[in-house]
Write a protein that binds this ligand. Structure first.
Ligand code: ZN
Ligand code: ZN
Length: 306
């Protein structure tokens, strides 16, 4: 996480995998979920895990280009980097511009309350240090009907963003996948968010996409990890992981079903295997069903050109 990564073509549209380690338990040298879609140098953030600010700097993206933040759901591995992003984005040179946060219901309230308790810190550097006035983010609740469907989220010069709801366990009322359609090139990128394969709404929003970025789980590691936890936490964890996430073995079929041209893994749980291990699990599954699209198992800070 410390070296500065070389980007293959700084000018091209791309996805930067800022953090690909899923779940709320921190591990050394593993960055939590955050993905950056870069279009014409504008940065669209999908989720904002703890390490987002540091990863933006290490990736060479910085804060000034951020046009919006899209939260897939309110699990803390996807949101705990928000306060730090706003505070350190404000003091960055050049700084984070006034930013909008979209997400499931609760996003609007979250945006206004994120820095409750930091009034003194903000006031101190507004009074001195040359950082200017702090601008609070604007939050937007994205409403997707319970029966599903694809709803518009946001549109600007570069992209059109839409969302649908995906199943992510019964306790998560609202979990979203996002589709970004790039206006200049016609490329379509879909981010699954956290979800359990196979999800019919995800298949619909991902239909024919150029890149499907999908969460990824090694189900074979779950029993071992759950066995190491005291009762009943092990059983609770096992239930959540099996019913709310997607086995890597199912992902080629998800991509095949959606006619996705490329499948990119993200949000690895419950273990952080090296990329080659994830690929070794997925490749036979892809061959068995004849999925011909490219499959990429990135590590943090890897760049996927569009
Ligand atoms: Zn997650
Ligand atoms: Zn989650």
């Amino acid at each position: 996480m410390t070296e500065r990564h070389q980007q293959p073509d700084i000018a091209s549209d791309r996805i930067v995998m800022l953090g690909v380690n899923g779940g709320p338990v921190l591990a050394p040298d593993e960055a939590k979920p955050a993905l950056a879609l870069v279009v014409n140098d504008a940065v669209y953030l999908v989720d904002c895990g703890l390490d987002t600010s540091r990863q933006l700097l290490t990736a060479g993206l910085g804060f000034a280009g951020i046009r919006g933040i899209f939260i897939t759901h309110h699990h803390l591995d996807h949101t705990s980097g928000l306060p730090g992003l706003l505070l350190h984005g404000w003091t960055a040179r050049p700084p984070l511009p006034a930013v909008d946060i979209w997400g499931p219901p609760g996003a609007k309230q979250k945006a206004t309350q994120l820095l409750a308790g930091f009034e003194d810190e903000i006031a101190l550097f507004q009074a001195g240090g040359g950082f200017g006035d702090f601008t609070a983010p604007a939050g937007h609740d994205v409403e997707v009907p319970l029966e599903g469907g694809i709803v518009p989220v946001m549109e600007d010069d570069n992209v059109r963003v839409e969302a649908t709801r995906v199943f992510h366990g019964p306790e998560v009322a609202d979990a979203y996948a996002y589709r970004f359609s790039v206006k200049g090139t016609g490329k379509v990128v879909v981010f699954s968010g956290d979800t359990a394969a196979h999800d019919a709404n995800l298949a619909a929003i991902a239909r024919g996409c150029d890149v499907l970025v999908h969460e990824t789980q090694d189900n074979s590691a779950i029993e071992r990890i759950a066995a190491g936890l005291p009762h009943p936490r092990g059983e609770e964890l096992k239930k959540h992981l099996f019913e709310a996430h997607s086995s890597v073995l199912d992902l080629p079929a998800v991509a095949q079903g959606a006619h996705a041209k490329k499948l990119v893994f993200s949000h690895y749980t419950p273990v952080a295997h090296p990329p080659a291990v994830w690929l070794a699990m997925a490749t036979p599954a892809a061959e068995a069903i004849g999925y011909k699209g490219e499959i990429i198992a990135p590590k943090a800070l890897d760049v996927i050109p569009l």
